[in-house]
Design a protein around this ligand. Structure first.
Ligand code: PHE
Length: 339
């Protein structure tokens, strides 16, 4: 009989329950009025005297084991219920998290901002709907200036003074009007030009323009800054400046970076020359400084401007500019691993 009791103790110790009902059934089976314990207690009188002591101890042990078990299981189930109440069922599989991707324009824009912010340039923004003054006149492009044709403009039909900005140089004008030199700022943003849409050009695209105004700013400063930029952005430090023309800078230049001719792609994108045109730049024309309330005898400065779309297409091997604005998720999803 003692052996039987020991078996019951082991059984009670090993017992596990998922629900309160199961615990209750267990309690009744061991500790209930007609339960095992009472049954064995009733046997006590029939046990031989020399075994009474051991029998008594074992039956007490069974009682304690059963009571402890009931208490422990109840507590466990109650605390589980509490957790469930707060968090729901913790054993359910997790929900898959959809990771978004940054747009390639944003990726490249952020890279450019990051590079220039390391040498003290802040970011300035302005409106996409501009007036004639900020987009043209202040930039040394008075009415009927032939260079206005360089950028085919979308005008608001009812008011020729209002237009969609053709470059973010307009933001630089606004910045100069509202801030005193020294000025170091870059202006990223969307710009619009009335051009036929094709794989290579669109009627809207994105630019980052830069402006640095201080005392004694020279062309050498411009070149150093551009070289720093191409090294950081493309890992290429060899640049050349080709004389060019912009109404708002004098002298003006186009910037080419030496891309190399190692691969077939290099041949294709540089048209076999190894050189890639990446931006326009120049020393800010004194007229522009004066138009914006800056004394051109005291201050000088440089400006530059580049197209983000073109650089994004170059760096990410995008063959058609239209992909950048079509919002095709199959295209956009490919940039999940990018910055
Ligand atoms: N604003 C010019 C463009 O959109 C680029 C540029 C900026 C050129 C600054 C020179 C200096 O084409």
């Amino acid at each position: 009989m003692i052996d039987k009791l020991k078996e019951l103790i082991a059984e009670a110790e090993a017992f596990k329950a998922q629900t309160k009902d199961e615990v209750e059934t267990f309690r009744i089976k061991y500790l209930g009025k007609k339960g095992l314990l009472n049954e064995y207690f009733a046997e006590f009188k029939n046990v031989a005297n020399e075994q009474k002591r051991e029998f008594g101890q074992t039956i007490n042990q069974l009682k304690k084991t059963a009571e402890d078990k009931v208490k422990a299981l109840k507590e466990e189930l109650e605390s589980n219920e509490e957790v469930k109440g707060i968090y729901g069922d913790l054993s359910r599989p997790g929900e898959p998290i959809q990771i978004g991707a940054r747009h390639p324009i944003s990726i490249v824009k952020n890279q450019i901002i990051d590079i220039f912010s390391r040498i003290g340039f802040n970011v300035s923004e302005g409106p996409e709907i501009e007036d004639d003054w900020h987009n043209f006149t202040a930039l040394n492009l008075p009415e009927y200036h032939p260079a206005r044709d360089m950028q085919d403009t979308f005008f608001i039909q009812t008011n020729p003074d209002i237009l969609l900005r053709t470059h973010t140089s307009s933001v630089q004008v606004r910045y100069m009007e509202n801030n005193k030199p020294p000025i170091r700022t870059i202006s990223p943003g969307r710009v619009y030009r009335n051009e036929a849409i094709s794989a290579r050009s669109h009627c809207f695209f994105h630019q980052v323009e830069g402006l640095y105004i201080d005392k004694d700013v020279s062309f050498a400063d411009l070149k150093q800054t551009l070289q720093y930029f191409t090294t950081e952005m493309f890992g290429k430090s060899e640049i050349r400046l080709r004389p060019s023309y912009f109404p708002f800078t004098e002298p003006s230049a186009e910037v080419d970076v030496y891309w190399g001719l190692k691969t077939e792609t290099d041949y294709r994108i540089t048209k076999g020359t190894g050189w890639l045109e990446i931006m326009g730049c120049g020393m800010v024309d004194p007229n522009v400084l004066e138009n914006c309330g800056i004394d051109s005898k005291e201050y000088s400065g440089f400006a530059f401007g580049m197209g983000i779309d073109r650089i994004a297409m170059l760096l990410h091997q995008i063959g058609d500019i239209r992909l950048l604005s079509e919002n095709d998720v199959r295209f956009l999803e490919q940039f999940k691993s990018a910055l």
